[in-house]
Design a protein around this ligand. Structure first.
Ligand SMILES: Nc1ncnc2c1ncn2[C@@H]1O[C@H](COP(=O)(O)OS(=O)(=O)O)[C@@H](OP(=O)(O)O)[C@H]1O
Ligand SMILES: Nc1ncnc2c1ncn2[C@@H]1O[C@H](COP(=O)(O)OP(=O)(O)O)[C@@H](O)[C@H]1O
Length: 288
């Protein structure tokens, strides 16, 4: 079974193949639906000698101009297999005429994910805000996905048990990937205590685009800060499974940046933001 890709819902089935813009007749075609101008589709169908496709119904005229990219997609140059992905079957990637490079050109930056991991109270949210602010002042578009905040909406159904934390991180990783694809510098500030969950998010992105930043602040400092009083509750046994107390935190083994550097006194959030900006500049993310 192959896919014929169209501009809007690409619906097709059975053994028909477009090759290089020409329809190659095969034994059986059951159903094809293109949201294209009927005249254009008829022209394509008629161009094959023994085409066994016929236009059943013209439903609407597309308001979208047919570009070379569209034509290529429709003619089969970008065929994708109909996929089974997780629990969904018969799903097909739909390519947009405007891609990441176009958006990066518009924004004059490169999309990426800055993944800030560390204990509760290590300063993830604070440094994420400092970084976002510093980028904004330089005319760069950034967006923060903060663990606490995402748990107010998208991830409100998730607890802190290991499998829910994994799902929390998986979803944030997927959303961060979309932001990066949008050309945005996405700053994820989440405890993300498990190495394999962080590594799975890294694997979603092109090489280099996942920048893992370890906010290496020791537990005793985080606990002394305790801005929300959660450590106190955890120590009192009123919160079970609190990271660092009775739940694990696995520090990164190979992160791109570690803040503050081991042995140093805690840098200010602005200094840490500047360190991250220097990294982005050096790697070329602050230009298209
Ligand atoms: N059991 C337990 N363990 C750790 N943290 C807890 C827990 N219960 C609530 N909180 C609060 O939730 C915030 C962490 O959410 P995250 O989504 O970043 O956590 S995780 O990545 O899924 O582990 C975290 O926010 P930060 O302090 O900003 O890290 C806590 O305020
Ligand atoms: N670099 C820093 N130096 C000193 N205190 C900090 C620093 N960054 C954050 N803090 C303080 O630590 C506490 C926890 O910061 P927060 O950003 O909420 O951490 P997290 O998001 O990791 O839980 C806050 O009271 C904040 O003001």
């Amino acid at each position: 079974m192959v896919l014929l890709k169209a501009i809007r819902p690409a619906i097709c089935c059975s053994s028909s193949v477009f090759d290089g813009g020409h329809l190659i007749p095969v034994d059986k075609v059951s159903f094809v639906k293109f949201p294209l101008p009927a005249s254009w589709l008829s022209m394509r169908l008629n161009s094959g000698n023994n085409a066994k496709l016929s236009l059943i119904q013209a439903t609407e005229e597309s308001s979208m101009p047919i570009t070379n990219d569209h034509a290529a997609a429709i003619s089969g140059e970008n065929l994708h297999q109909i996929a089974a992905n997780g629990k969904a079957t018969n799903i097909v990637w739909h390519k947009s005429p405007i891609g990441k490079l176009n958006r990066q050109e518009l924004l004059q930056q490169k999309g990426c994910v800055i993944w800030i991991t560390g204990l509760s109270g290590s300063g993830k949210s604070t440094v994420a805000c400092a970084l976002c602010h510093a980028l904004h002042s330089r005319g760069k578009l950034a967006y923060i996905l903060d663990g606490d905040n995402v748990r107010h909406g998208l991830n409100r159904d998730l607890s802190f048990k290991a499998e829910d934390r994994a799902e929390n991180i998986r979803r944030i990783g997927e959303v961060a990937k979309l932001f990066a694809d949008a050309g945005i510098i996405c700053i994820a500030s989440v405890i993300s205590p498990y190495r394999k969950d962080r590594d799975a998010c890294r694997a979603l992105l092109p090489e280099g685009d996942f920048i893992e930043v370890f906010l290496n602040v020791p537990l005793h400092i985080c606990e002394a800060r305790d801005p929300k009083g959660l450590y106190k509750l955890a120590r009192a046994g009123k919160i079970k499974g609190f990271t660092g107390i009775d739940d694990p935190y696995e520090p990164p083994l190979h992160c791109e940046l570690e803040l503050p550097q081991k042995g140093n006194i805690c840098a200010s959030p602005c200094e840490m933001a500047e360190t991250m900006i220097s990294y982005l500049e050096e790697k070329g993310y602050l230009q298209a």
